[in-house]
Design a protein around this ligand. Structure first.
Ligand code: CO
Length: 173
């Protein structure tokens, strides 16, 4: 089922999401709905709080190169991350990010280059992932949502002011 995406500056995006303890059908339905919603909106990542559920779950679509997938494999691979915890964060990089909760806005954002994360899958099994590329950025962006933060809050004061002015103008349009 498609879910409505919470759009900035809705206060629900400021909630700190709760740890998940029940890896049950309602969680699986939510993850499936999040996937459907993300694909429908051409997003690459989505946190549960962006569909109004303040729990620590997020999904990321990993683009695969043609040679990495077989002929009958889907082009994308979805990673489901529950209760993520950073074990290592190293280096720094800048990435031009966007967000389904701030549609149409893309800004260079400062991130760690490399992260190693421990998390649960949808069945409650502990998993580990590490990356120093697109996935690293996407995880950091989505985990920020779980902590009530949106990427535009990381912009410089001047850029943020410019964004807020333009966003208000668009609200009225
Ligand atoms: Co986002």
């Amino acid at each position: 089922m498609l879910r409505e995406i919470v759009v900035y500056p809705d206060k629900r995006l400021k909630q700190i999401s709760d740890e998940i303890t029940a890896f049950d059908n309602s969680l699986h339905t939510l993850l499936d709905d999040m996937y459907e919603t993300m694909i429908a909106k051409n997003g690459v990542g989505l946190a549960a709080v962006q569909v109004g559920e303040a729990i620590r779950a997020l999904i990321i679509n990993i683009p695969m190169k043609d040679k990495e997938r077989g002929e009958d494999q889907p082009r994308e691979n979805t990673l489901e991350i529950i209760n993520p915890r950073f074990i290592t964060c190293e280096g720094s990089t800048i990435f031009n990010e966007g967000c389904l909760s701030v549609p149409g806005v893309y800004e260079d954002t400062a991130r760690y280059e490399y992260v190693k994360v421990v998390y649960h899958d949808r069945h409650g099994n502990e998993q580990t992932i590490e990356d120093d590329d697109f996935l690293s950025i996407a995880i950091q962006h989505e985990v920020d949502h779980l902590d009530g933060k949106v990427f535009i809050e990381k912009l410089s004061f001047a850029k943020r002011k410019k964004f807020e002015k333009e966003w208000k103008k668009r609200d009225r349009a």
